[in-house]
Design a protein around this ligand. Structure first.
Ligand code: NAP
Length: 306
C-alpha cells in the first residue's frame, strides 16, 4: 500500500477562502475581526511564525496588530499589556507567542487573556469547556487536525485513535476532540510502555511528541491514517540522507538553508503501510494558521452574540 498524502496546504487554502467570505459578511455589518499577537524577545522562529500569522490576517481582511516586547519584560509588565488588549474593542483575539522567557510566569499570562479572546484555547476556562463538550475556543493545532480528518473523509466514529503526546496545547485537547467525535482514544507519553504495540492497534495515529521520525512502519497497522504534528529541525545532512535517501527536493532544500523540518513520523517507511499520511512540511502546520484565523472570526462573532 502507498499512502495518500493529506495535503494540508491545499485544505488550509480552502478553509481560508471560506473565512475570507465570512469576514466580508461581518464587514458588511460594520465588524472587522481583529487579532493581536504578542511576541516577547527576538527568537527567529517565533518571529517568523508571528509574521506568517500577520500575513494570513492581511490576506483574509482581518485586522492584525503585532506587539514586540523586549525579553527583559517582567510578568507584571506583560500582564499589564495583556489586560490592555483584553479591554481593547478593536481586538477579538489575543495570541501570546510561546515560548516565553523562563523568568515570565507563563501560566499567569495565559490565564490573564480574556477567555472570550483566547484564540489559542489555552485558558483553563476554555479547556474546561472543551472537557465538558461545550462550544468554545479550542487550541488551533488539534482543531486543525480534526478539520484535516473531516475534509479527508476519515471515519472517526468508532475508530481506535492513539494520540502520542499529552501536552496542554496539542496532545490533551487532541484526545478530547477525538473522544467527542466518538473515537476510542488512547493517550501515550514518555512513560508509556510498549508504544509500538499500542500504536499497531490504531486506526488513527496523531503523533505530537517532538522526536524526529520516531514512528516507523512497524508501529503502524496497514491502512491506518497517520497525522504528523511534529516539527523537528534536522541540521545534519547525513541524517537527511538516512531519512529520505536520495530525495532530491529534500537535499536541495537542506543545501539551501542548512536544515529541514522533519516530523515525528518516518515518512518514507510509514507511507508504505498507512492509507493516508500528512506530510511535513505542508500538513498540519498550514492548518494551524488557518484555524487561528477561523478562531479569530469565531471570537468576533461570539463576543457580539452572533
Ligand atoms: P511538548 O510540550 O514537548 O510535549 C511532548 C509530549 O510528547 C509530552 O507529552 C511527552 O511526554 C511526549 N513524549 C516525548 N518523548 C516521547 C517518547 N519518546 N515517546 C512517547 N511520548 C513522548 O510538545 P508539543 O508542544 O505537544 O509539540 C509536539 C511536537 O509538535 C513538537 O515537534 C512541536 O514542534 C510540534 N508542533 C507543531 C505544531 C504545528 O502547527 N505543526 C503546533 C504545535 C506543536 P511527557 O508528558 O511524559 O513528557
Amino acid at each position: 500500500m502507498t499512502a495518500t498524502f493529506i495535503k494540508g496546504t491545499k485544505i488550509a487554502e480552502e478553509v481560508k477562502r471560506e473565512i475570507a467570505a465570512d469576514v466580508e459578511t461581518l464587514k458588511a455589518r460594520g465588524i472587522q475581526p481583529g487579532l493581536a499577537v504578542v511576541l516577547v524577545g527576538d527568537d527567529a522562529a517565533s518571529s517568523a511564525y508571528v509574521n506568517m500569522k500577520a500575513r494570513s490576517c492581511e490576506q483574509l481582511g482581518i485586522y492584525s496588530r503585532k506587539l514586540t516586547i523586549p525579553s527583559a519584560v517582567t510578568t507584571e509588565q506583560l500582564l499589564a499589556e495583556v489586560r490592555k488588549l483584553d479591554e481593547d474593542e478593536a481586538i477579538d483575539g489575543i495570541l501570546v507567542q510561546l515560548p516565553l522567557p523562563k523568568h515570565v510566569n507563563k501560566h499567569a499570562i495565559l490565564e490573564a487573556v480574556d477567555p472570550r479572546k483566547d484564540v489559542d484555547g489555552f485558558h483553563s476556562a476554555n479547556l474546561g469547556s472543551l472537557v465538558l463538550g461545550h462550544e468554545t475556543l479550542v487550541a488551533c493545532t488539534p482543531l486543525g487536525v480534526m478539520e484535516l480528518l473531516h475534509r479527508s473523509n476519515v471515519k472517526i466514529e468508532g475508530a481506535n485513535a492513539v494520540v502520542l503526546g499529552r501536552s496542554d496545547d496539542v496532545g490533551k485537547p487532541q484526545a478530547l476532540l477525538l473522544m467527542h467525535a466518538n473515537a476510542t482514544v488512547t493517550i501515550c507519553h514518555s512513560r508509556t510502555r510498549n508504544l509500538a504495540e499500542i500504536t499497531r492497534r490504531a486506526d488513527i495515529i496523531v503523533a505530537a511528541i517532538g522526536k524526529t521520525a520516531l514512528v516507523t512502519r512497524d508501529w503502524v497497522k496497514p491502512g491506518a491514517v497517520v497525522i504528523d504534528v511534529g516539527t523537528n529541525k534536522v541540521s545534519d545532512r547525513s541524517e537527511v540522507r538516512r531519512l529520505f535517501g536520495d530525495d532530491e527536493a529534500r537535499l536541495k532544500d537542506f543545501d539551501k538553508r542548512g536544515y529541514i523540518w522533519v516530523g515525528d513520523v518516518d515518512e518514507r517507511s510509514v507511507q508504505e503501510v498507512a492509507s493516508m499520511i500528512t506530510p511535513v512540511p505542508g500538513g498540519v502546520g498550514p492548518m494551524t494558521i488557518a484555524t487561528l484565523m477561523k478562531n479569530t472570526v469565531k471570537a468576533a462573532r461570539m463576543r457580539r452574540g452572533l
